[in-house]
Design a protein around this ligand. Structure first.
Ligand SMILES: N[C@@H](Cc1ccc(O)cc1)C(=O)O
Length: 528
């Protein structure tokens, strides 16, 4: 649904079409502008929800979360003179988030995902609320949201309460890089704080938008890491004098998982220039090379399913109760339950950690003279006279093992750790937000492992070129271009030096999806 506007910034129009993961990521990263649809049908639908709720309240006077307490307090009746104060109480008593604060891009992603859900027209919120949320994007206002305290059913109540608070001018926000009280930020932007109507705090908070937003960001990182691990495997194969026949299309036609076959095809293309006279060191390479498509391919094959599930959640009404304006009824259910997102997060983190493990094994082969077929110990590029004091990538490899171990440890599924809570009203919950946070942590650790590998494979191939055991014309155009780009950030290691700065630069590059990788998307088969 993203369109280019005149300034070639992307427009994401809420209320007209379905959002994609890319829309959320573009908004999060400041590459897109949020627009609230002016389509009269959409506006009429939203207004109808508000009018219906008002009428219900006037005529029947009894609506869950409007004239009752919340959750297990449903049996408590709220008298008419206190109904107006109830929403503010909901946002305030949930102001108990702890832990690190979400980054500004993550907070923007949460805003986008909640806005998408509210625009589905089932929440009974006012057009003014949707307009103020949209205006947050225009004025670069992001609520400060602590990331801990959600059980992921009843949605992300506590973290989302920080959006409700920001809309009414309470708690803190970031505005153009400055931390301000929300009241001051709104004033500076010329915006009026919202007075929450009945049900509006519940509508903002009662949903899966934090976990879904985090998983949209995770999806983009996983997609890139999937391709990067394939490219790293190609370079490791070249460096180890591996056998390109392991990636033969005929093999993969015989076990035709499409994502796996695409990964193999990409690696095969990277190795296509080795030439007919090339002699691999072994007939069959160790599994971290030979089975790389089978490891990376599981992620590649699952990504389309992850996308479908996340985009369904993203475009859903994940609130309670839902206002059905066509039938003029109130539907009571449990759509704030984040089970689908929880499972995507738990599944994705396992597959990503497997990439860390694969790369860690490749690095172990590269640095070890027992396995690397003629490369120097720890890939040090020192002269023979100075080899006794040079240790090359020894510590980087130890670091990669530590990051891998931590990534693997974080694969414990969160979705099976349901706790009965809230006086046993929320007696089965998804833990989706914890799963999503784990997934992001595993991604971070795996990106760290990938950055170590990038140093190693580049160093190893430069050493091979120096040795003359591989020639530039055997590398092919894409690989040569990629190695040249790496050379901008990674200097050849002849004498030992601290590599933290290089590792950090490479992690930034990975997270910015800096290098174009493969024309065909390995994860959904579409051109990227
Ligand atoms: N999610 C609950 C509402 C709720 C809101 C806040 C709470 O603290 C607890 C429960 C429901 O829709 O049934």
């Amino acid at each position: 649904m993203t369109n280019k506007n005149n300034n070639s910034i992307l427009d994401v129009e809420f209320g007209r079409q379905k959002l994609t993961i890319e829309d959320v990521v573009n908004l999060a990263e400041g590459r897109a502008k949020a627009i609230l649809s002016t389509d009269p049908d959409f506006r009429a639908r939203i207004q109808k929800g508000v009018d219906f709720l008002d009428r219900e309240l006037r005529e029947h006077g009894h609506i869950y979360g409007v004239t009752t307490g919340y959750g297990d307090s449903v049996l408590r009746r709220v008298p008419p003179e206190l109904v107006g104060e109830l929403p503010l109480h909901l946002s305030r008593f949930h102001g108990c988030g702890l832990g690190d604060e979400l980054s500004q891009p993550a907070s923007r992603a949460v805003l986008a995902v909640r806005l998408a859900s509210l625009c589905s027209g089932y929440s009974g919120v006012s057009p003014e609320l949707l307009e103020l949320l949209t205006a947050f994007f225009d004025h670069d206002i992001t609520p400060i949201i602590p990331e801990e305290g959600s059980v992921g059913a009843s949605g992300d109540l506590t973290p989302l309460s920080y959006i409700a608070a920001a809309l009414v001018g309470e708690r803190d926000v970031m505005m153009r890089g400055e931390r301000l009280s929300s009241a001051i930020a709104l004033e500076k932007a010329g915006l009026k704080p919202l007075t929450l109507r009945p049900k509006e705090a519940l509508a903002i908070m009662n949903g899966t938008s934090v976990m879904t937003a985090l998983m949209c960001q995770a999806f983009a990182r996983a997609d890139y890491l999937c391709k990067l691990t394939a490219r790293i495997t190609s370079l490791a194969t070249l460096a180890l004098h591996g056998n390109p026949a392991h990636f033969d299309a005929r093999l993969f036609a015989a076990k035709p998982h499409p994502g796996q076959a695409q990964v193999a095809a990409n690696i095969a293309r990277d190795l296509a220039d080795l030439g007919a006279t090339y002699q691999p060191a072994r007939l069959q390479d160790r599994y971290s090379i030979r089975c790389a498509p089978h490891v990376i391919g599981v992620l590649a094959d699952m990504m389309p399913t992850f996308r479908t599930t996340l985009e369904t959640e993203l475009n859903s009404a994940n609130d309670n109760p839902l206002i059905d304006i066509d039938e003029e009824t109130i539907l009571h259910g449990g759509h704030f339950y984040g089970g689908h997102v929880a499972f995507v997060a738990d599944g994705m983190k396992t597959l990503i950690a497997n990439l860390a493990d694969l790369m860690d094994r490749q690095l172990a082969l590269l640095v070890d003279t027992k396995f690397n077929h003629g490369l120097p110990s720890n890939l040090s590029g020192s002269t023979p006279e100075r080899a006794s004091i040079n240790h090359g990538l020894k510590a980087v490899q130890i670091g990669a093992s530590a990051w891998t171990a931590e990534a693997l440890k974080n694969t414990m599924p969160a979705s099976v750790f349901s706790r009965s809570t809230e006086c046993h009203n929320q007696d089965k919950v998804s833990m989706g937000t914890i799963a999503a946070r784990d997934c992001l942590r595993v991604l971070q650790l795996t990106e760290q492992v990938a950055s170590a590998l990038l140093i190693a494979v580049r160093q190893a191939i430069v050493l091979r070129l120096h040795q003359g055991s591989i020639s530039p014309d055997q590398l092919g155009e894409d690989v040569t271009g990629f190695l040249a780009a790496l050379g901008d950030d990674i200097a050849f290691i002849d004498e030992d030096r601290p590599l933290e700065g290089t590792l950090r630069t490479l992690i930034d590059r990975i997270q910015a999806r800096h290098w174009p990788l493969y024309v065909t998307n390995t994860t959904d088969g579409t051109a990227s």
